[in-house]
Ligand binder design. Sequence first.
Ligand code: ZN
Length: 213
Amino acid sequence: MKSFPISLLDGYRNFMSGRYADARDRYRQLAENGQNPTTLVIACCDSRAAPELIFDAGPGELFVIRNVANMVPPYEPDGHFHSTSAALEFAVQALKVKNIVVMGHGRCGGIRAALDPDAEPLSPGDFIGRWMSLVRPAAEQIGSNDVMTPAERQTALERVSIRNSISNLRTFPEIKVLEDEGHLQLHGAWFDISTGELWVMDSGTLDFIRPEI
Ligand SMILES: [Zn+2]
């Protein structure tokens, strides 16, 4: 029999004697009463950009969707398998979250691949290629801008993609209504993994700025 990764068991042991022990009552309460998070974070799968760590969130505080490059597809009730839209529907309709944060990050591999015109599919299914086609129009525009360095182009697309996802959130009829009625707020954020800086999107100018903390 293959052995379960030892690093995970070590981490679990630390969790049980540390964070779980400290929050034992909170876990029991959440088990009995159910979860009631008020914020949904849509983040990248990247192992360096975990929302619960960045926002120092305890159990039950954040509902998190993670996918390649933290993207939201447009509303497509077509009978296909839509994991992001399913989790989004649950967060908005069942949990009634008050905030949705689309959080991108620096050095995102998915965004880098979208900017690479020579990127080859990783498999015949080309699932990433199809998924990243959500930002292809913006990637083609930014990619052809030879005034910017590759790093500048990448940061630009990471941020444009966040705005793109927020626009796609508004194609979900329930989200549009809840936002218009003031029951739901949509936010953008970008985390620089090399410095730890968090930038948030200004709801007026749509620029990314450093928040007062
Ligand atoms: Zn990423």
